[in-house]
Design a protein around this ligand. Structure first.
Ligand code: FES
Ligand SMILES: [Fe+2]
Length: 339
């Protein structure tokens, strides 16, 4: 466990699966803050998340469960659970034990992912994640990693304007609007220039990138990317799940489209965006995310950071982030941090 885990676990919506990896009948394991979960999609297409330990003799349903219609059956001795988690059949045609029940977890399908709500204090959600109109956008592509760091440090990356040039090599980084906090959503806007490998042939060696990022709690950041010179738009998702033991699951996902201009990407047919552009875009996105790893893996959390002109709105971000810790927020700091 790194120093980053001097922070408590926040509440929020946390990703437990990618929809692309969850076709009808699929069963997947997941973990949130040490809680073992099963994620599955029923025959009717409904996604369910539930506690994973079979109450019979403890098999992990994420590894041995099988979808049967709208139910989930344990492979070990055949106990079968309905969508509410109630055991409705044994494997022996005997009466199901009335106390045999899986605990259902909340499900939110958006941004090409499945999220579930988690609060260590046990509260119910007081906010939700938005749904986007996916029409005209490419299929979400995702990649993920396990890292020994904290969700707050990953989400802080979106407001840490100073690191964009040092770590990622971006130029002319500047905030284009002041940040806005609206309940569980913090919005930030900035732009920069960057080199994009492979685009020199069309005269676009350095591109101006405009960013509008929405940080939804500490588990989900949606980054709207515009490259007007190419007629290119993307939605970049950063989804972070505290899995337990000081580890996180970090998922980067991307969906893209051309804009309404006559620029190169806008003129590409959708199939070319899906097959030619999307693989390179997720690879470039993953490359940029991986540039942060050495810092995330080895840093400690400074609750009273010595901030300087040139930093992004880190103090503002940390004051906003305190809402996700309830009465555990004293460990978070940031009250005295400026800007
Ligand atoms: S452990 Fe699941 S049916 Fe026995
Ligand atoms: Fe970064």
């Amino acid at each position: 466990m790194t120093e980053a885990w001097s922070l408590p676990v926040p509440k929020g919506w946390f990703r437990v699966a990618s929809l692309r990896d969850l076709p009808v009948g699929a069963v997947r394991p997941a973990r949130v803050d040490g809680h073992e979960l099963v994620v599955y999609r029923s025959a009717a297409g409904e996604v369910h998340v539930a506690s994973a330990w079979c109450p019979h003799l403890g098999a992990h349903l994420g590894h041995c469960g099988k979808v049967e219609g709208e139910r989930l059956r344990c492979g070990f001795h055949g106990m079968c659970f309905d969508r509410e988690g109630q055991c409705v059949e044994t494997g022996y045609n005997t009466r199901p034990p009335p106390t045999s029940k899986l605990r259902p977890w909340l499900v939110r399908e958006t941004f090409g992912q499945v999220f579930t709500w988690y609060d260590p204090a046990g509260s119910t959600p007081d906010w939700s994640l938005p749904t986007l109109d996916d029409a005209g956008w490419s299929t979400w592509r995702a990649t993920s990693w396990q890292l020994p760091t904290h969700p707050q440090d990953i989400a802080e990356n979106s407001v840490d304007l100073g690191h964009f040039s040092w770590v990622h090599g971006y130029d002319a980084v500047r905030a284009t609007r002041p940040p806005e906090a609206n309940g569980a959503c913090l919005s930030v806007w900035y732009e920069f220039e960057r080199a994009v490998p492979g685009l020199t042939s069309i005269g676009a060696a350095r591109l101006k990138i405009e960013i509008a990022a929405e940080v939804w709690g500490l588990g989900c950041t949606l980054v709207d990317v515009t490259v007007a010179s190419l007629g290119f738009r993307a939605r970049n998702l950063v989804a972070v799940t505290p899995t337990g033991g000081g580890e996180i699951d970090l998922c980067a996902a991307i969906s893209m489209r051309g804009d309404d201009s006559w620029r190169p990407v806008a003129l590409m047919p959708q199939v070319a965006i899906e097959t030619l552009l999307a693989p390179g875009a997720i690879a470039l996105y993953a490359h940029d995310v991986e540039q942060d790893f050495v810092y995330w893996k080895n840093k400690r959390y400074e609750s009273r950071p010595a901030l300087a002109d040139g930093d992004g709105p880190i103090g503002r971000y940390r004051r906003w982030a305190r809402q996700f810790y309830g009465d555990r927020a004293t460990a978070v700091g940031g009250d005295d941090a400026t800007p």
